[in-house]
Ligand binder design. Structure first.
Ligand SMILES: Cc1ncc(COP(=O)(O)O)c(C=O)c1O
Length: 378
């Protein structure tokens, strides 16, 4: 089992592990995995290092095909000329807000949401309009009425997250069709960040790219994809924006003039990650994350002061801490020895996000600390 053990990441270059360096705090915050990349990815990188020449790189000839193969596994078409390579999806979100919105424009997103969705519009001088997700019958859903009203008030760009970080929702066809019907009434460019596409955990569920669920809107959909989440490659910096419409792609590339430079290692790693050979590794990773998810949700769910929904996708659990009655839930759990990500960063104070990308032994230890802290409250 490759996921029973993890290399020691302390005292290195890990953002996740350096945050509370020198303190006995188990870091379960930023979304990377504690595990090495798949062996085929490591082999591709070793071969590139052994080549020894690190001049200016073009995308390797196999990269577009590997990206298309990944999208085809999710039922989505992808022609090579639709692809704009990016150094990361955070760059992609910012470029989209620059290309399709900018000063004086409104960008709509839903909250809670991965923090760069909230900062990217503002970085580019646009207004970020937040439409809170709603919890209905124990399930987080888009608030279509509110979305419709905000679209009617004017909107240049909508930022969607499928599967959803931090809620872990893998939206079904009916939900996406209803969302598409609301979006059809506007002219906004729709950015669908599908960074977590390969990490659907719930049996019977599958990722549906928005461009597949809403083909009638495909000309104004930009799909963001990346091997970073599923294959644990965020340090190598590679993503892609898929724009079936030539003019949308041109506007995106024009906004990125002089700003987008690519790294050879990220591109070679992506070929190996996406071309199909890593699928058995990915299947094992999903089984591991599913087991961690079930453990975390069962144990946290027994604590009446906390609220959790079982995520269908991602490696994340969104924890409702409003019942704890503490002013700062992040601080409360850090003091107990567990580092989680504050909901305020996602536009939802009172919640925390837990990252399950670690060994089950470490997760078990962290859950024990959390249980003791919560049960110790009077
Ligand atoms: C939805 C989503 N988009 C983008 C990113 C970041 O991607 P990148 O590391 O390529 O900037 C993340 C990271 O967790 C994410 O969850």
């Amino acid at each position: 089992m490759p996921f029973d053990q993890a290399p020691d990441r302390r005292a290195g270059d890990s953002t996740k592990w350096n945050r509370w360096a020198g303190r006995d705090v188990i870091p379960l915050w930023v979304a990377d995995l504690d595990f090495p990349a798949p062996p085929a990815v490591q082999a591709a990188l070793r071969a590139r290092v052994e080549h020894g020449v690190f001049g200016y790189p073009d995308p390797p000839p196999a990269l577009a095909g590997a990206c298309a193969a990944m999208l085809a596994r999710h039922g989505a078409p992808c022609a090579p000329e639709w692809i704009t390579w990016l150094p990361s999806l955070v760059v992609g979100l910012n470029l989209c807000c620059r290309a399709f919105a900018g000063p004086g424009h409104r960008v709509i997103t839903t909250t809670p949401i991965y923090p760069p969705f909230l900062t990217a519009p503002v970085n580019q001088g646009a207004e970020c309009v937040r439409v809170p997700m709603v919890e209905r019958a124990g399930r987080w859903e888009h608030d279509l009425e509110r979305l419709r009203a905000e679209l009617a008030a004017g909107c240049s760009c909508v930022l969607l997250c499928l599967p959803h970080n931090p809620l872990g929702r893998c939206f079904g066809l009916d939900e996406l069709r209803a969302l598409a019907a609301v979006l059809a009434d506007s002219q906004a460019v729709i950015v669908s960040d599908e960074a977590w596409a390969d990490l659907v955990l719930e049996p019977g569920h599958r990722h549906l790219p928005f461009a597949v669920a809403a083909p009638e809107l495909a000309a104004r959909i930009v799909t963001l994809v990346s091997p970073a989440k599923a294959f644990n490659l965020p340090g190598l910096r590679l993503g892609a924006a898929i724009c079936p419409d030539r003019e949308v792609g041109r506007r995106l590339r024009s906004a990125g003039q002089g700003l987008i430079e690519l790294n050879a290692f990220g591109m070679h790693a992506a070929v190996a990650a996406w071309d199909g050979g890593c699928q058995p590794w990915l299947e094992e990773l999903r089984a591991h994350l599913r087991a961690n998810r079930d453990l975390a949700c069962a144990r946290l769910g027994r604590l009446s002061r906390l609220g959790v929904q079982v995520p269908e996708a991602t490696a994340l659990v969104w924890i409702d801490c409003r019942g704890l009655g503490v002013a700062d839930p992040e601080r409360f759990f850090v003091d107990a020895g567990v580092g989680l990500m504050p909901g305020s960063w996602f536009g939802a104070p009172g919640f925390l996000r837990m990252n399950l990308g670690c060994t089950t032994a470490l997760l078990d230890q962290a859950l024990g600390r959390m249980e003791r802290a919560v049960l110790g409250l009077t």
